[in-house]
Design a protein around this ligand. Structure first.
Ligand code: PMV
Length: 313
């Protein structure tokens, strides 16, 4: 069999990954913890054909050979080619906007690795596939799982202990609201943003320890089903990550005026007694965290929001 398929969800980090200790291997400076969004993600078909060059399709459109999208996938696929002559036909379909801070690269590389595993009948366990997905995009290591996932930063220089595992805990009342502010491509990629922050931000020194402490707090909040602890820690963690970006020179600011307006609205709602928090990634969009009992109130205040329940009801 030289054909395979894979499907993976996007994930949103509640305790973020920001900074690489090894850029080539996507080894992070800190561990991270995420939640996957079922129904939003990537589905990829792959086929290996002898005596043919690579062809990469995104949402049914053939990507130019020298586009950054195709180049990045080809470099990743170089790790897996069974022979120097031949190529992959990759058909990848995203149900999220590409490169808009909604982690389409995470679901993308996870789905691609699952498709390769199917195509070449590797039969690898998810931990191994997570490690391989990490090589394509760090956050992809967490997209092999539904529900909560923990990506261990690992200690080894070769990255063999840097992969994600599922946190086996369901939280059916938990809701994520996607608030799209702007879905155009981000001005600076997360890889470049991270490198600039690591190299040109004095505040960054404080980040790795804070990230590890926040991860522990969130892990405990999940085990105790302590929503306030989860929301508070996740929002603070995201703002601290963005603080390191803003304090970089030249500054990195992914926010738009509408992002800030939404933050104020969330804080106002919280003052009024609604238990809602937010997190943000390398883009202007917000992801709201709240419980099912508050879904109607949230929908009223943010009519365009897309509400997702990460755990099957
Ligand atoms: O894996 P990348 O290069 O897409 O980086 C992801 C970075 C953040 O989304 C900002 C944080 C995270 O942990 O997902």
């Amino acid at each position: 069999k030289q054909k395979g398929v894979g499907k993976a969800p996007v994930n949103i980090a509640l305790s973020k990954y920001w900074g690489k200790r090894n850029v080539d291997l996507n080894l992070p400076t800190n561990s991270s913890l995420s939640i996957s969004l079922p129904g939003l993600g990537t589905e990829t078909q792959i086929e290996w054909i002898e005596n043919q060059s690579d062809q990469i399709y995104l949402n049914e459109t053939k990507m130019a050979f020298d586009s950054s999208f195709a180049q990045r996938i080809r470099i990743f696929l170089d790790l897996f080619r069974p022979s120097p002559k031949g190529g992959f036909i990759v058909n990848t379909v995203n149900s999220v906007p590409t490169a808009a801070g909604l982690a389409s690269s995470a679901s993308g590389y996870a789905a691609l690795v699952l498709a390769l595993n199917d195509c070449f009948q590797w039969g690898l366990p998810l931990k191994r596939l997570s490690l391989l997905a990490r090589l394509g995009s760090g956050s992809a290591s967490r997209s092999l799982y539904e529900g909560f996932a923990l990506w261990h930063k690992g200690q080894l220089d070769n990255g063999m202990d840097s992969y994600a595992e599922k946190i086996d805990q369901a939280w059916p009342e938990l809701c994520i609201g996607l608030l799209e502010i702007d879905i155009s491509t981000k001005p600076i990629s997360s890889t470049k943003g991270m490198q600039n922050t690591v190299n040109h931000c004095e505040l960054y020194q404080a980040w790795p320890d804070k990230a590890e402490a926040d991860l522990q707090k969130i892990h405990r909040a999940i085990q105790d089903k302590n929503f306030q602890q989860l929301g508070q820690t996740a929002e603070n963690n995201a703002l601290a990550m963005h603080a390191t970006m803003i304090a970089t020179w030249p500054p990195i600011l992914y926010w738009q005026p509408e992002s800030v307006a939404a933050m104020h609205k969330i804080w106002q709602l919280r003052n009024d007694g609604c238990n809602v928090y937010f997190t943000m990634d390398a883009g202007p969009n917000l992801k709201l965290l709240f419980l099912k009992q508050d879904a109607t109130v949230i929908q009223t205040h943010f009519p365009s929001i897309k509400i997702i329940q990460p755990f099957p009801q």
